[in-house]
Each structure stands twice: as structure tokens, then as C-alpha cells.
Design a binder for this molecule. Structure first.
Ligand SMILES: Nc1ncnc2c1ncn2[C@@H]1O[C@H](COP(=O)(O)OP(=O)(O)OP(=O)(O)O)[C@@H](O)[C@H]1O
Length: 371
């Protein structure tokens, strides 16, 4: 096991800066997931840790040792790619054991290690097959087996499950979580998939334009995002937002918005005026037109079986999504409805996207339950 630290790491490809001054410490045995929009630099950052891409600036440390100039093969890391990258002409057994062959390990020892890894990953009945004779899930298990057999200090996964269908993804996700529980090896994992990030990670790193927006546990990011970017990125369906105007003068201490919305707030917030509020789909309740705190038009309902999503138009360019347990009556579509919520469900943001508190935290309240 090993810790990883990145200090002021940047990467340029020509004039294009892809990673900008990243500082990050990953603890021994931790499972850290990188998320962020396409092209934000997740894979590049992972490759910098692996040594497959050289940082333009900064220092990479693994297990306390500066490895910035150490080649990938001597960093004690194993990489699992989205594309599996198996050797097509080799059997499953040779694919898994090949790295040990190149190290010059004795045949008998390789065979024992390969068998034990193959049993663990449930591919021991496929040892003589070639990769083309395997399903996507089986190929990914072999790719993980190939990494596992080397007993690396750190596992790096770059979207390992994105070629699999949703059932297999779920199954493999549970197996990767179990692997981490059993081995307790440091793992860094890149994904586009929210549920993978939320369920696998000890901590999630949210990247945007090559910078870290926030690092935290899945719960911290969901309940106490630092800014609008993280608030909108974490959560599916995403948080609802609405532009609002804080009142001044005699009415200071209230925000007003469309649909007769009025919200009490701290007057003269030191971080700057509140420009936008946010609320998650489960923080809203659909009620009668004149019973809610905001009036809107019910436009559409999606039925997912166990839950429903109602889409309500608040203004010409704002539609909110509400998670409802029971589908509203079909004749309500196109009609005015009300939305109710408590202030504790609200998030507030300044015009430059920083999150601010609507009311001062109660004495002794921690960041984890701050809203
Ligand atoms: N070898 C390279 N040469 C030039 N530009 C590159 C190279 N590798 C990556 N990039 C650019 O760096 C940026 C970040 O790419 P990267 O693959 O790290 O993003 P990502 O967040 O993993 O994206 P995705 O989620 O789409 O896989 C992109 O703009 C990409 O085009």
C-alpha cells in the first residue's frame, strides 16, 4: 500500500494547459474517484500518477518517494484501461501471468499466482480461451486479474466499466468494491458514472478545466458543495437553480424570485449578494396551485416505476425537476401547481458561483451538516 501526493502539478500539451496547479494527497489504502466533465483532465491526471504522461511542472510522490522522474514500470502501479488492452493472441492464463513472465519468475510460481487470481475473479474456467472468445465482463475481469497478479501498491482504473451493459456494470462495481475491501490497496478510479463515484469512493475529486473544484466524501459533496459547479455536477437528476434578487433597504433580509417566491436570508451576506438559489429534486413537494411557496406549470411526468419525476416550468427559461413518489393525476399536466419546501433544503450562490449560507450556522454546527 502507498500514499500518493501531487504538489502543484500542471500539464501542457503544446500551448494547451490541461492540468493547472493540482495539489492532492491520497492516503494509504484510500479509494479516490476522479469525476468531471469530458475533457477536464481526469485521464491525464491519472496517467501522470502512473508515469504514462510526464507532468510539465510539479512533484509526484508515491509512498513518500519523489517519483516525478521515475518510469511507469518502477512506480509500483497497475493500470486497468477502459479498452482492456489484452494481448489478443494469448490465452487468459498467459494474459494474466505475462507481467510475471517478463520479471523472470519461475513457471510454477506464476502458475500458482495466476490460478489464485483467476479463482478470485471467477475466470478460472476460461484459462485456455483467447480474449475474442470472452464476453466484455469476462475480458474486464482478465484485465483486472492482470493488474492484480503484480500485487501493485496502487491500482489505477480509467473508466474500466464503461464498455459494459448496466447489469454487468453493477456486478463489476460490487466486485471492485469487494476487491478494495479485501486488499485495502490504494485505488484511483476515473469515471463518468455518478453512481460508481458515489458508491465506490472514500473521497471524490471533482475536476473542471484541469483544476480541482472540491475534494470530499460523497456525502460532503452532495450536502455541502463549495460552489455551484460541484452542486450541479454531483446528484442525478441535478440540482434545480433559480436566479433571485436580494431586496435592499427596508426589506433587506429577503430574496424575491418568480412565482411569488420569498425567502428570508441573512441581510448583507459578507460573501456578496445571493444571485441564485438551488434545491435538489427531493427537496421539493408538489402541492395545490395556491398552497406552495412558488407557483409553476406542470409540463411533464416521467414514470420510472418506483419513482416519478415531475417537470415544472417556473419561468420561460427555468424548468425544475421534482422527485415524487406518486404520479400526479394526468389532467394536471399543463395546469398551475404549487411547490413547497423548507429553507433548510435550499442552497444559495453568489453571482460568481460561490456557495453562501442563507442563515448563520447555529452555534457548534459543523461543516458536515451546514446548509
Ligand atoms: N496526448 C495529448 N495531446 C494533446 N492533447 C491531449 C492529449 N491527451 C489529452 N489531451 C487533451 O487534454 C484534455 C484533457 O483530456 P483527458 O483525456 O485527460 O480528459 P478527460 O477528463 O479524461 O476526458 P473524458 O472524460 O472525455 O475521457 C482534452 O482537451 C484532450 O483533448
Amino acid at each position: 500500500m502507498a500514499s500518493v501526493s501531487l504538489e502543484s502539478v500542471s500539464k501542457n500539451f503544446g500551448t494547451h494547459t490541461v492540468i493547472q496547479g493540482v495539489d492532492l494527497r491520497i492516503n494509504d489504502g484510500e479509494f479516490v474517484v476522479f469525476v468531471g466533465p469530458s475533457g477536464c483532465g481526469k485521464s491525464t491526471l491519472l496517467r501522470i500518477v502512473a508515469g504514462l504522461v510526464a507532468a510539465s511542472k510539479g512533484v509526484v510522490t508515491i509512498g513518500g518517494e519523489d517519483v516525478t522522474d521515475v518510469p511507469a514500470s518502477r512506480r509500483g502501479v497497475a493500470f486497468v484501461f477502459q479498452s482492456y488492452a489484452l494481448y489478443p493472441h494469448m490465452s487468459v492464463a498467459r494474459n494474466i501471468g505475462f507481467a510475471l513472465e517478463t520479471l523472470g519468475m519461475a513457471k510454477e510460481a506464476i502458475s500458482q499466482k495466476v490460478s489464485s487470481v483467476a479463482r478470485m475473479l471467477k475466470v478460472d474456467h476460461l484459462m485456455d480461451r483467447r480474449p475474442r472468445e470472452l464476453s466484455g465482463g469476462q475480458r474486464q475481469r482478465v484485465a483486472i486479474g492482470r493488474a492484480l497478479v503484480r500485487q501493485p501498491e496502487i491500482f489505477l482504473f480509467d473508466e474500466p466499466l464503461s464498455n459494459l451493459d448496466s447489469d454487468l456494470r453493477m456486478e463489476m462495481r460490487m466486485e471492485i468494491a469487494k476487491l478494495h475491501d479485501d486488499l485495502k490497496t490504494t485505488m484511483i478510479y476515473v469515471t463518468h458514472d455518478q453512481s460508481e463515484a458515489m458508491t465506490l469512493a472514500d473521497r471524490i475529486v471533482v475536476l473542471n478545466h484541469g483544476r480541482i473544484e472540491q475534494v470530499g466524501t460523497p456525502r460532503e459533496l452532495y450536502h455541502t458543495p463549495d460552489n455551484r459547479f460541484v452542486a450541479s455536477f454531483i446528484g442525478s437528476p441535478r440540482m434545480n437553480f433559480l436566479a433571485v434578487s436580494p431586496k435592499t433597504g427596508a426589506d433587506a433580509g429577503t430574496i424575491v424570485g418568480p412565482g411569488n417566491l420569498t425567502i428570508a436570508m441573512v441581510a448583507n451576506n459578507p460573501a456578496g449578494p445571493i444571485a441564485e438559489i438551488g434545491i435538489r429534486p427531493e427537496g421539493l413537494r408538489l402541492v395545490g396551485a395556491d398552497q406552495g411557496r412558488i407557483t409553476c406549470t406542470l409540463e411533464r411526468v416521467e414514470d420510472l416505476g418506483h419513482e416519478h419525476f415531475a417537470y415544472c416550468r417556473i419561468t420561460d427559461d427555468t424548468v425544475w425537476v421534482i422527485r415524487v413518489a406518486k404520479a400526479p393525476a394526468p389532467d394536471l399536466i399543463g395546469q398551475a401547481v404549487g411547490l413547497d419546501f423548507t429553507d433548510t433544503a435550499l442552497f444559495a450562490f453568489t453571482a460568481d458561483g460561490n456557495r453562501v449560507l442563507l442563515s448563520p450556522p447555529a452555534a457548534g454546527q459543523s461543516k458536515a451538516n451546514e446548509r
